[in-house]
Design a protein around this ligand. Structure first.
Ligand code: N01
Length: 540
């Protein structure tokens, strides 16, 4: 039965890795907590992204919670990079172990939230007709959870089936014998294309911008390495948290310049890092992410790899990106480029002739109609702000979050935004979030928020907010950090460039260790930048 008028100390939105841990911490500290989750189960991104080939691009031993030593020891991963079903099973194991499911209402989305200054509480409304009140509202809604389907004319007229990689049916899709079109060649497209190609009768890939991808070099997990890590997991975590992206501590990040290396050394080093696989390719030299001419050498290496793998020269050239490498998120694949050697796979370049229209039978581009039984949209997400702006969230003086952020998101530490007291975001814009190990990031934020709430509580405060100058300064810091890199120089979802009309603002903070130091400094200085307002406890 829908609750109306019920009061909680806190409401947590989202039952992904962030929301589950947030709820666990708040419940453990004695608060009454209600969780809402739009999906039918826990797992967040791993609940929704069930497309074939979906797996994590951070290694299994790193992409997991570290708050429970027992959990770390008891869970066993089977592959170097975990496949989606295994990560979802892990999320369910965590929910069972810490008895989290009973606090969540599933299949229930937050639709609106309004701050009431008189009572210093949030009034929260859901898709299931619930209206509850809470002191603290925590948005653990994820950075890549609001799917982006371009507004193609005729979309509703298609007679076959359409699927978005980020909202895949729970019981899977059988492509056997089907003619399939897929739009999008980001991480989701690159992971799913080889598996769809292996099943479908015919697969046509519509590519607007080619992407760089490095083989994940996935395989069964190395049991000796697992034993070594488990023998001293805490130290392994500390080593990783000292890395820029909070992972990859045990393979060397080289600091020397690619420009100073000999041609032989360059080729040898790139080959070595290509062989290691995944993101670490960008760590082969120290200046790939900083200097365009250094970056060019890494690009050339990958382009030549593509040319050596893809047999048809025209297709190979179409697959070769000419943009900066690592500026958009690097993809990690299993057999992506080789898939274009299959007889049943065709690549269609839509960079000059966009997808004009979806028809009952398929889609039209360049004046030609392609016929399909199934169309897959691997067209990404309204990243970082999409899930926060979907519900109608209103702070002081009825200010809508969407209005406050009309020119791009503004936060203090990616945790709070001024004029929205007692509203927290986990891994919000302005925090390392998508540029770091997400599980490490959400754990850090959940712990910070729980401690801040306890600290405010100890002072008899019922309202935590952000001082405007602290937010303004932080926005500047985030911008300054990104300007020192090559990130702002391409059209990525980090900048909101993939969603028409979205303000172009680089959203994540670059550098997990510096960010962690900043959080520690804020705590040492009595939660500097946050303000509290006291109302005697128990008045609401
Ligand atoms: O989305 P994307 P994604 N017509 O935005 C194309 C994480 N992730 O779901 O580049 C034609 O990267 C668009 O083209 P363009 C990871 O952080 C992680 O693949 O804008 N094409 C692009 O090719 C990742 O970065 C994992 O020109 C259109 C594609 O759609 C993030 O999620 C796995 C179009 C979208 O690519 C997002 O990845 C999967 C149009 N109108 C995802 N509109 C792992 O852990 C868009 N496109 C490995």
């Amino acid at each position: 039965m829908a609750d109306v008028g019920k009061r909680f100390d806190a409401v947590v939105v989202g039952a992904g890795f962030g929301g589950m841990y947030m709820l666990h911490l708040l419940h453990r500290s004695g608060l009454s907590v209600r969780g809402y989750e739009r999906g039918g189960g826990v797992g967040g991104t791993w609940f929704w992204n069930r497309y074939p080939g979906c797996r994590c691009d951070v290694e299994s031993m790193e992409y997991s919670y570290q708050f429970s030593a027992e959990l770390q020891q008891e869970w066993n991963w089977s592959e170097r990079y975990s496949p989606q079903p295994e990560i979802l099973a892990y999320a369910n194991h965590v929910a069972d172990k810490f008895e989290l499911r009973r606090h969540f209402r599933f299949n229930t989305a937050l639709t609106a939230a309004q701050y009431d200054e008189a009572t210093q509480t949030w009034r929260v409304c859901t898709s299931e007709g619930e209206t509850v009140h809470c002191q603290y509202l925590i948005m653990a809604t994820g950075c890549l959870s609001s799917t982006n389907t371009p507004d193609f004319p005729g979309l509703d007229t298609f007679a076959g089936q359409t699927y978005h990689t980020g909202a895949w049916p729970t019981d899977g899709v059988d492509f056997s014998g089907k003619t399939v079109g897929i739009i999008g060649t980001g991480s989701s497209g690159i992971q799913s294309i080889p598996l769809i190609a292996a099943q479908a009768r015919q697969l046509t890939v519509f590519q607007r911008t080619p992407n760089y991808s490095v083989p994940a070099q996935n395989g069964p997990i190395d049991s000796a390495r697992v034993a070594e890590i488990k023998a001293n997991y805490a130290e392994f975590r500390v080593r990783n948290k000292a890395q820029q992206a909070a992972f990859g501590a045990d393979y060397p990040r080289r600091g020397d310049s690619v420009l100073e290396a000999s041609a032989e050394e360059r080729a040898r080093r790139f080959e070595e890092y290509w062989g290691y696989g995944g993101f670490m390719f960008l760590a082969a030299f120290g200046d790939i992410g900083q200097d365009e001419s250094a970056n060019f050498h890494a690009q050339e290496f990958v382009r030549n790899k593509i040319r050596s793998i893809v047999k048809d020269p025209r297709t190979a050239e179409l697959l070769c990106p000419d943009t900066l490498i690592g500026c958009k998120r690097l993809c990690a694949d299993s057999g992506y480029y080789a898939t274009f050697n299959r007889d049943n796979v065709t690549l269609v370049d839509v960079s000059e002739h966009p997808v004009e229209q979806i028809t009952p039978g398929g889609l039209v581009t360049g004046g030609r109609e392609y016929k399909f039984d199934v169309i897959v949209f691997a067209t990404g997400f309204d990243a970082m702000t999409g899930a926060l702006l979907k519900p109608d969230i209103r702070g002081r003086n009825n200010l809508a979050l969407g209005d406050k952020w009309h020119a791009g998101p503004r936060t203090y530490l990616g945790l709070m935004t001024a004029e929205f007291p007692n509203l927290f975001m986990l891994t919000g814009p302005g925090s390392p979030s998508v540029l770091a190990n997400m599980v490490t990031g959400v754990e850090q934020h959940a712990e910070f928020v729980a401690s801040l709430i306890q600290w405010a509580d100890a002072q008899g405060s019922r309202e935590i907010s952000v001082a405007q100058p602290a937010e303004d300064e932080w926005v500047e810091v985030v911008n300054m950090r990104s300007r020192a890199t090559l990130f702002p120089r391409c059209n990525s979802w980090y900048l909101g460039a993939n969603v028409p009309g979205k303000p172009r603002v680089f959203m994540p903070y670059v550098g997990f260790p510096d960010y962690s130091a900043k959080l520690a400094e804020v705590v040492d200085n009595g939660y500097a930048g946050f303000t509290t307002r006291g109302v005697a406890m128990g008045q609401h």
